[in-house]
Design a protein around this ligand. Structure first.
Ligand code: ADP
Ligand code: MG
Length: 204
């Protein structure tokens, strides 16, 4: 089986499960944590991620199908989404495609927030472009019953991701925000929160 990524929290491998092309996402033990705490953290994060991936899909946001969750082994088996990461695609795409992708990102984040969910790590590395749609992965830091402040944090993070990975494309972040705002009734409240997060950052 091919290891795709060894992150701080999780290891991602690509392989087959019941004849399907899947990704295995396993949370790895941390030696510096108390073993009991470590295992309960890994279990709760694995469950949280699997649950949120499914709930996001119920809201209409494309996410991988979850085939299996091994709570003890802290591993999720999910559909492999075959396509480029939005992070890489934005670099090579023409402006028309960039516009379309960013319009779609805004629409999907509006659906998530409308449903009371936050993603928790909203960067273009956690989005995959496939079948003409933007798919969202990596919900381990996401949550439910979100406040406008938490939604603001989601979008502020996305803006920071644009500033670092796509600094020549900041106008496309504005496309995301326009698309989001036109579709989400509480976007005014969220925009105010983003502004206060930014002001706080400026003076501290
Ligand atoms: N279901 C999936 N389909 C396709 N690629 C995936 C899938 N899940 C993860 N990946 C790939 O593995 C990388 C890391 O996965 P992710 O869930 O974001 O873990 P991490 O918490 O380490 O960021 C992603 O950026 C993506 O390239
Ligand atoms: Mg990730």
């Amino acid at each position: 089986m091919e290891v795709i990524r060894r992150g701080a929290e999780a290891e991602i491998r690509k392989g087959k499960w019941m004849g399907r092309d899947v990704m295995f996402k396993a949370r790895v033990p941390k030696a510096y944590r108390d073993p009991e705490l470590d295992s309960s953290l890994r279990t709760s994060r694995t469950k949280n991620e699997a649950r949120l991936i499914q709930e996001a899909r119920a809201l209409g946001v494309p996410t991988p199908v979850i085939y299996d969750v091994d709570v003890i082994g802290s591993e999720i088996v999910m559909q492999e989404i075959k396509g480029p990461r939005v992070k890489d695609l934005l670099d090579s795409a023409d402006d028309a495609l960039r516009e379309r992708i960013c319009e779609e990102i805004g629409r999907m984040v509006a659906l998530l927030h409308e449903g009371g969910m936050t993603h928790g790590d909203l960067t273009t590395s956690n989005m995959i472009f496939a079948d003409g749609r933007v798919w969202f992965i990596d919900f381990s830091l996401g949550g439910k019953n979100a406040t406008p402040e938490e939604m603001g944090v989601d979008l502020h993070l996305l803006k920071e991701a644009f500033q670092s990975a796509h600094s020549d494309m900041l106008r496309f972040y504005d496309v995301i925000m326009r698309s989001y705002s036109s579709r989400f009734a509480r976007s005014d409240e969220v925009r105010k929160k983003i502004k206060s997060i930014e002001d706080r950052g400026r003076y501290t």
